[in-house]
Design a binder for this molecule. Sequence first.
Ligand SMILES: [Zn+2]
Length: 186
Amino acid sequence: MKPIIFMLFCLSLQMCSQVKQSEKSNPIKNSTSMENSTTPKENPYYSRTDRTKLDVPNSEWKKILSPEVYAVAREADTERPGTGKYNQFDELGEYYCVVCGNHLFRSDAKFSSTCGWPSFFEADKEGVIYKRDSTYGMERTEVLCKRCDSHLGHVFNDGPPPTGTRFCMNSVSLDFEPDSKTTASK
Ligand SMILES: [Zn+2]
């Protein structure tokens, strides 16, 4: 009788370890299905590694982007102050263009601003380009994604040290990736 009991014991141990293995693989599957809801799901141009310049007409973006993202990113609309999800947000991680996945900002360069929009004192030099904006009777500098030319916000020279620059961005144009997840996927 004893050998049989021992065999059963071994068998149950094996089953336990199998359960543990499947538990380990599950969180990865779950985390991919819980991605940011504004991340374009069927966007063939979205990439966090490819920095090749995109030349996609707005007629095509209109089919891919949500109306909210399209209005801000492609028609230079501005989200209402204080309403953006990254306005009062201080998690550590990376900010990407919500339209094309291009890297734009690092959370280290984000600062608490009272202007009502997420603000950064420094941008990824390879991530953004600038354009003169004279609309609404103001002289401003528009900030665009270098890869897809989407509107991100404006830049001002009243920011904090060390740069004195204030990138005033629309949360709608940003896609945030927390540090822990970035490290895990590397
Ligand atoms: Zn972009």
